[in-house]
Ligand binder design. Structure first.
Ligand SMILES: [Zn+2]
Length: 714
């Protein structure tokens, strides 16, 4: 394999953006924030940044343009926060439009470092304030008193700190200036209050809410008051999630994850589990091979900053096209026509000359002659800004696929599923867990592999686990998107999509190499972009590009194929990161009127919520992480509309109770009084913690399935 090179990077001129955190709102228990951090990105540096947006319109604009929204835009404390993957240039643009960066969650390169650290640690083990909103213009005239109702009031204790979280609805739904304050009284007699903030989605009022607020002890009463004079009835907050899984038996085995896993590591782990637990595991090769970790080879013929033609191979770089050379030559004689020849892996374009022997070919003509003569081997297009310019004489340049992972197999990948159970014949209720649809979500296969191995290892020592494997069948796809994952490990940390490049024309400029691919979790058939639902893009460079059509991608077809083939599967969990969510259908709506996919029935909604509480309880058992009640619910309500996602596919097409995790909950920082995002590739300790707690959640999902099956029979 030839030595790949990085495509030319733009010059770096660092921009610095200061961040000013305002003081927490009065009445919150948060201490004063620490010195404001500085958020600084070089122009061409890519990072994951938590940004406070100017207003809802700015957010809508970002969504419409297909921005790479890593996390839910939250109106957490009155501010609209969004976690965005962007370059320094893009951040400067947003800042100029009124946005403010508040946290660099992860920089490009952090993932690589955290991966290396995780390997070192594994080797070592083997050897040994919240801001209040701008005061609204209060209506001076006598406005009608509104009625307030608590939709949610919950409390919990996490790592010694008690929190309260509430949602309140006002009947004054159309008044954007209503201010709602919640007063609380705690068991120890302490009192306090905090403001709620209006939450609108797609132009529709939803409710007022706030992030969880720390309180000194269990809150025994909350009351809401509004600036219009409304007062709610006092309510006693309920404990959340109020479900505790059975205690782990003595000797329960866990912690099978000692580092981040590349696709090759995952393949090896699957193989090892199958060998070690022959009596309990089958490996299923899913039917659609991926493209493989491959790209076409390309080069700039000329200087992209001046005049250039992009020449690209039709075949992939590893299919003999890396290293092929392209050049233009001056024929050195008068009145020569423009010609192109290909010999000995060199494409030579001989430029046309006039009567005086002067070269006369333009960039467009050069691209055209290559396309006309060698359409089966090359495609050429004029670099943006180079149209109609004189074509320079260019010394040979080498085509290259630009891929950095020299040790990675380029073969189309066979995605695999583990099938686990005592009876692997479809006679028991089936549970499916699948992860890493999004390549950069490195913690997610750690969750599903830890889960699989817990079930297998403990089946030999723990009768309760053995019993679960008697009564259920478990399917696990640890890595839906291996090609994208390889790219995320070796080329670009923030790769979300697969590696299939559906772009045409100038979008194929190699400068866009980190933006190609299909968002697999927008490529399914229910409530899709193609059906007019919100939250996916037709732009091939968008982070949420839906593909050329429903199920255009091998990876998404694999998930559907497995679920269709095994119709005993009734429960599924689609594991993503990050943010700490627990969600179910509907996952999409149409913008006009915010019409969601059909709501589950009352009975099914109850099943979704009751089961979620059990699973959230199991997650909390590991290290005290409590998924917020405000982030537990239908996708379209608690996160965003995600047109064509896989959980909707499984639920509406196949009748599977289909959930989504976003592992990696925000961590409470008592020093700053802020909830902080963890990102896609946190330091390994955090990823390890996520794998442990969410594997516990998946085990509880198996118990939920067992209980559901028993109730059906009963
Ligand atoms: Zn994801």
């Amino acid at each position: 394999m030839i030595v790949p090179r990085r495509w030319a990077a733009a010059a770096t001129a660092a921009i610095l953006v200061s961040v000013v955190l305002s003081h927490p709102g009065s009445g919150t228990a948060a201490p004063a924030p620490a010195a404001p951090p500085r958020v600084a990105l070089a122009d061409d540096e890519t990072a994951l940044v938590r940004v406070q947006l100017r207003d809802q319109a700015q957010l809508d604009q970002l969504v419409a343009r297909g921005a790479d929204l890593a996390n839910r835009p939250r109106s957490a404390d009155g501010r609209i926060l969004a976690d965005l993957v962007l370059t320094g240039v893009q951040l400067a643009e947003l800042t100029a439009q009124g946005a403010t960066p508040v946290q660099v969650v992860q920089r490009a390169g952090d993932g690589e470092r955290h991966f290396a650290e995780s390997l070192r640690a594994a080797q070592a083990r083997t050897a040994a304030g919240l801001r209040a909103p701008a005061a609204g213009q209060r209506t001076a005239s006598a406005a009608a008193v509104d009625t307030l109702q608590f939709l949610q009031a919950y409390w919990w204790t996490s790592n010694g700190q008690t929190f309260v979280q509430t949602q309140v609805a006002t009947t004054a739904t159309d008044d954007p200036d209503v201010e709602i304050t919640v007063s609380w009284r705690a068991a120890d007699g302490a009192t306090g209050s905090f403001p709620l903030f209006r939450f609108e989605d797609s132009g529709e009022y939803q409710y007022h809410y706030a992030q969880p607020v720390p309180v000194p002890s269990r809150p025994v009463q909350v009351t809401a008051t509004s600036s219009l004079g409304g007062v709610s009835r006092p309510v006693t907050p309920a404990v959340w999630p109020n479900a505790t899984p059975p205690p782990l038996p003595e000797g329960y085995q866990k912690d099978f994850i000692d580092a981040y896993f590349t696709p090759t590591d995952i393949q090896a782990r699957i193989k090892r589990l199958a060998r070690q637990y022959r009596d309990l595991v089958d490996v299923i090769d899913l039917p659609n091979k991926t493209q493989g970790y491959r790209r076409t080879a390309a080069a700039y013929l000329g200087d992209p900053a001046a005049a250039a033609v992009v020449v690209e191979s039709v075949r992939f770089g590893d299919q003999g096209m890396n290293g092929v050379q392209v050049r233009t030559v001056d024929p050195g004689r008068a009145n020569r026509p423009l010609t192109a020849t290909y010999r000995d892996r060199v494409l030579t374009v001989s430029l046309a000359t006039d009567g005086a022997g002067k070269v006369t070919s333009s960039t467009d003509q050069v691209a055209a002659v290559i396309n006309a003569r060698f359409a089966n081997r090359f495609q050429a297009f004029v670099e943006q800004g180079s149209a109609g310019l004189p074509m320079p004489v260019v010394a040979p340049v080498r085509l290259d696929d630009g891929l950095q992972g020299t040790e990675v197999s380029t073969k189309p990948w066979t995605v695999q599923a583990l099938r686990i159970g005592v009876h692997r014949d479809g006679s028991r209720i089936g549970v499916l867990a699948y992860s890493q649809e999004h390549a950069r979500e490195w913690a997610t296969p750690l969750v599903t592999l830890e889960f699989a191995e817990r079930m297998l290892a403990n089946s030999r020592t723990d009768p309760a686990t053995r019993e679960l494997l008697e009564q259920t069948e478990i399917f696990v796809i640890p890595m839906v998107n291996p090609d994208g994952a390889n790219y995320s490990f070796h080329d670009f940390d923030f790769q979300r999509k697969n590696l299939v490049n559906h772009c045409t024309g100038v979008s194929r400029d190699p400068a866009n190499r980190d933006s190609w691919g299909v968002d697999l979790n927008r490529n399914y058939t229910v409530g899709s972009h193609f059906d007019g639902y919100v939250g996916a893009s037709s732009n091939c460079l968008s982070g949420s590009y839906a593909g050329t059509g429903e199920l255009s991608e091998a990876e998404s077809r694999n998930v559907v194929a497995l679920a269709r083939e095994h119709d005993n599967i009734r429960f599924a969990m689609n594991v993503h990161s990050y943010g700490g969510y627990f969600m179910w259908p509907p996952g999409a709506y149409k913008a006009d009127g915010r019409v969601t996919l059909p709501r589950p029935s009352i009975d099914e909604s109850k099943l979704f919520l009751d089961s979620a509480r059990r699973i959230v309880g199991a997650i909390a058992q590991e290290r005290g992480t409590v998924t917020w009640p405000s982030q537990t619910g239908p996708v379209a309500d608690v996160l965003y509309s995600a047109a064509g996602n896989s959980a909707d596919e499984l639920y509406y097409e196949l009748g599977i109770f289909a959930w989504d995790f976003e592992v990696g909950n925000d961590r409470w920082n008592p020093a700053t009084g802020q909830w902080e995002g963890v990102g896609f590739q946190p330091p390994f300790d955090e990823a390890h913690g996520e794998s442990q707690e969410y594997a516990g959640g998946l085990v509880e999902m198996v118990r939920v399935a067992r209980d559901y099956a028993a109730a059906q029979e009963g």
